[in-house]
Design a protein around this ligand. Structure first.
Ligand code: SAM
Length: 355
């Protein structure tokens, strides 16, 4: 199968993600007034999918919020530091709660400049949702294929709901309408398989600073990239950034019976993924980082994330729609995980602590 056709299928996975997200928003699982602008034909998804979209968004939101509010890099010995309630719930429920947790000091650090980079952003709305709540980084970069960013750029540029949040009168389109530049938000186009050669120079040309604490988000993206190429990203970030937190959300365990069934289902929905590259286990997700020199890493599956919800929140989402596919849910949830890792160069810890 030619690579171009394969890439088209991969670009199409974002349509599915954003329709599912809107379904979860419309039912009350998630609160996000920006998602609707990216969906032409809304469609209600089954409870199983709604719950999955909810957990996925909520867990990456928790990491993002913690990153923005916290003082990083974490002190290497601060494994027992308390964190914000939600993320700490996620982290404490880790199947490997060793000293290698992603403990980050909860001290609000308004003065610290930070960056966020969303790899394979698709139609994700996190930058807008967070800034609308008063939570922002110095710079938020989003990267996707040019066809995807062009569509996103049009929606953003023509819509006051978005331009008001960006709040920069000099908001500019570039690269034939595939990119957007503003003070704190940059939508960039490119191929993540050429991260070191083309994405990094492009980021730097738009103010990306390797000395700033940076959160890298990859939500259902690296799985579509050959391991050699995704490892190159993890490696580059781990080696070149002074301090970074990397958070991945994606499928795991493709080889067991249910994993194989999931792949068949995707195929039946004409989502063909000849190039899906899922890691076989939570442990291997951690090792994708620790084997490349990251200081600490952890991974939990979606069942653990679900269990970490408070009773009150569980009650709230249970009232939204009938949900009786409990067994199917547990199987599905075993096949999605959040993995995270951080690294900070030793001399940087001093600098940030001093701020
Ligand atoms: N992260 C978004 C979210 O969770 O809503 C979108 C997820 S979507 C399933 C996967 C995204 O990764 C698509 O937008 C696709 O275009 C992008 N992607 C996959 N491979 C890529 C590559 N090699 N370069 C750039 N973007 C890529």
């Amino acid at each position: 199968e030619p690579q171009v056709a394969r890439d088209d299928v991969i670009k199409g996975t974002d349509d599915d993600a954003i329709i599912s997200k809107l379904s979860a928003v419309n039912l009350g699982y998630l609160d996000d007034s920006f998602v609707k602008h990216f969906v032409k034909r809304p469609s209600r998804r089954p409870p199983l999918i709604n719950r999955g979209s909810y957990i996925r968004t909520r867990s990456l939101d928790a990491f993002t919020e913690q990153f923005i509010k916290s003082n990083i890099p974490p002190e290497p010995t601060a494994a027992t530091t308390t964190t914000t309630p939600h993320t700490s719930a996620i982290i404490q429920s880790s199947s490997t709660p060793t000293t290698k947790t992603t403990a980050i000091s909860p001290i609000p650090a308004a003065g610290i400049k930070k960056q966020i980079v969303s790899l394979g952003c698709g139609s994700d709305t996190r930058y807008f949702k967070f800034k609308a709540k008063g939570l922002s980084a110095l710079k938020y970069f989003e990267i996707d294929f040019p066809e995807s960013t062009a569509k996103k750029a049009v929606v953003i540029k023509k819509n006051k709901a978005f331009t008001d949040i960006i709040g920069d009168p000099d908001l500019k389109l570039g690269m034939g309408g595939t990119e957007l530049y503003s003070n704190d938000y940059c939508l960039l186009s490119g191929d993540l398989r050429e991260f070191t050669e083309s994405i990094v120079p492009k980021l730097k040309a738009h103010g990306f600073d390797t000395s700033l604490p940076t959160l890298f988000l990859s939500e259902c993206v690296l799985i579509y990239i050959q391991p050699g190429d995704s490892d190159a990203i993890v490696n580059w970030v781990g080696t070149n950034m002074d301090a970074s937190l990397f958070v991945v959300y994606e499928q795991i365990n493709p080889a067991d019976a249910f994993g194989a069934m999931m792949l068949r289902n995707l195929k039946a929905r004409r989502i063909e993924l000849p190039g899906i590259h899922a890691y076989p286990s939570l442990k291997s997700q951690e090792e994708r980082f620790t084997s490349r020199g990251w200081q600490a890493a952890g991974a939990v599956n979606m069942n653990k994330l679900h269990e970490s919800l408070s009773e009150q929140e569980l009650k709230r989402i249970s009232s939204l729609e009938i949900f009786d596919e409990v067994e199917e849910w547990q199987l599905l949830a075993d096949h999605y995980c959040v993995a995270w890792a951080y690294q900070a160069k030793p001399q940087q810890s001093e600098t940030y602590r001093a701020q």
